[in-house]
Write a protein that binds this ligand. Structure first.
Ligand code: PSU
Ligand code: MN
Length: 309
């Protein structure tokens, strides 16, 4: 067995990659474990539409039937959105899911792995995992951070949710040598809010400039990824203090329900949605669409830079 036996790339994505056209990777955990059905289905359709409107090709990842799926059919998207018997796959789960044929939704970490295997350099998501608040006690540090340190894919996100310790998350990324670039912001965004109070390493002026940084990182042979913080559009941003209160209630609920490990992130996401009466959901959708458009334009600029080599 080798990689070719596991990779299952749709003809559309195969052709796009062969022709040097822009492709944007998308994760499936945001669908299966981050949003309710059927809202996730319309979100999945919308995000793919936005990427196409920007002239790029969307490649949603999943592990299905022992294959690494790069690009999903409408039936496969439906399966991931229904989320019945769909696990959450990070790097440690990858081989088990391939061997057993279980259906797995990919996180930021495993989507980066799939993208790198397929030759895709840009990936759009909502928020990344990170160091959990008081994570030094259970040592809960998302595998997303380690993956950013080892896999050369640029991740376009709206920052990290306040459910995490954003300061420690950024310290970890610095230690691991991961560039953290702001898209026209000097402040690392906090998902629902445009600012976290922590700075990025560099505030890029444009998406073209971000593409040039990704190009340089690849050119010098560095194998770490790049994290791009793209703030939620102003009109959908939520108040920082309000979200802080909501998140403290959610964290308390997680504590009382004794939720740990891989279940804590989906638990907190659902609780925050419940406590904000759906207001946060609209923000979540809009920031993810915004990241998809940004990623598509970065991917297109990167293709131009490669052609000009
Ligand atoms: N944060 C969000 N929404 C998400 C996730 C995180 O705001 O959907 C998902 C992503 O797939 C991310 C994963 O990679 O949760 C992190 O999980 P963990 O903390 O267990 O590594
Ligand atoms: Mn964890």
């Amino acid at each position: 067995m080798n990689l070719k036996d596991y990779l299952s790339i749709t003809p559309e994505i195969q052709e796009a990659l062969a022709a040097g056209k822009p492709v944007v990777a998308l994760e499936s955990t945001i669908l299966s474990h981050g949003m309710p059905y059927p809202e996730n289905l319309s979100f999945a359709a919308e995000v793919e539409k936005e990427i196409r409107a920007c002239g790029a090709h969307p490649a949603t990842m999943a592990l299905i039937g022992g294959k690494i799926k790069v690009g999903l059919s409408p039936e496969e998207l439906e399966l991931m959105c229904r989320g019945e018997n769909v696990g959450k796959v990070s790097r440690r789960d990858f081989a088990t899911y391939l061997a057993t044929g279980k259906t797995g939704a990919t996180t930021v970490a495993s989507t980066m792995m799939c993208a790198a295997l397929a030759g895709i350099h840009v990936f759009a998501t909502g928020g990344i995992g990170g160091v959990h608040r008081h994570g030094e006690v259970p040592m809960d540090v998302s595998a997303d951070l380690q993956e950013l340190a080892r896999t050369p894919v640029a991740v376009i996100c709206a920052g990290a949710k306040q459910i995490l310790d954003i300061g420690r998350t950024l310290e970890y990324l610095e230690t691991m040598g991961v560039p953290v670039i702001g898209n026209q912001t000097a402040d690392f965004p906090a998902f629902f809010c445009r600012k976290s109070g922590f700075g990025v390493d560099y505030a890029a002026q444009s998406e073209a400039e971000i593409a040039s940084i990704i190009h340089a990182q690849r050119g010098i042979g560095f194998t770490a990824g790049i994290l791009v913080g793209n703030p939620v559009p102003e009109e959908y941003a939520l108040d920082h203090e309000y979200m802080e209160r909501i998140i403290n209630v959610a964290l308390q609920a997680a504590d009382e329900a004794n939720v740990h490990g891989k279940n804590i992130t989906p638990f907190l996401l659902a609780k925050v949605k419940e406590l904000t009466g759906g207001e946060s959901f609209e923000t979540n959708v809009q920031l993810a669409l915004n990241n998809a458009r940004c990623a598509a334009r970065i991917a297109a600029a990167l293709c131009e830079l490669k052609k000009a080599e």
